[in-house]
Write a new protein. Structure first.
Length: 179
């Protein structure tokens, strides 16, 4: 594994922001000054090896955890961070391969792209869940863990899975009527 690089540091901060983590929330959770992370987002030259190490450790600790959202202010700030990241097309942690995130020419995982859509079809989410369970080591994961992995709320995921099951149950009946 390579040492954390300035490019990888920016990607890590941006990916955490795509998961609704603000620099202030990261600072509170991991002790890295928010001002240093904000500067790092704008200027790779401002990223010291020490900061790169600290951000990499914070990323490893936080990538699959939701940010604090206990108060209305925390919820507003988390939503603003996610919106900021979405508007800039910043990939979330799951789009990055841990072995490549620090490479200068690294790209998000093949097939990942932020679409212009603000919602995802229930059938697409159900397909993603099936893939995670079959291919990505989540065979026994709870819906809460899968939702976190996909960057959704548990309620949103369960609602989508329910809708997908209902739609799937209707399809054979429609096929029989057509035949």
């Amino acid at each position: 594994m390579t040492a954390p690089t300035p490019a990888g540091t920016q990607r890590r901060i941006r990916a955490l922001m795509a998961r609704s983590w603000t620099p202030e929330a990261i600072a509170a959770a991991q002790g890295i000054p928010a001002a240093e992370m904000r500067l790092a987002l704008e200027h790779q030259a401002a990223i010291s090896p020490e900061l790169a190490q600290r951000v990499a450790a914070a990323y490893d600790a936080l990538w699959d955890r939701p940010p604090p959202q206990r108060t209305p202010r925390e919820r507003e700030e988390a939503a603003a961070a996610e919106t900021h990241a979405r508007q800039r097309g910043w990939p979330p942690p799951l789009a990055w391969d841990d072995e490549e995130i620090d490479l200068q020419d690294a790209r998000p995982a093949e097939g990942w792209k932020r679409s212009g859509r603000t919602s995802v079809r229930s059938a697409d989410l159900a397909e993603d869940v099936a893939w995670l369970r079959e291919q990505d080591g989540y065979s026994r994961a709870s819906n809460a863990a899968l939702a976190m992995r996909l960057g959704l709320s548990k309620d949103r995921l369960e609602h989508s899975l329910s809708r997908a099951r209902k739609a799937s149950a209707r399809e054979p009946a429609a096929d029989m009527e057509a035949g």
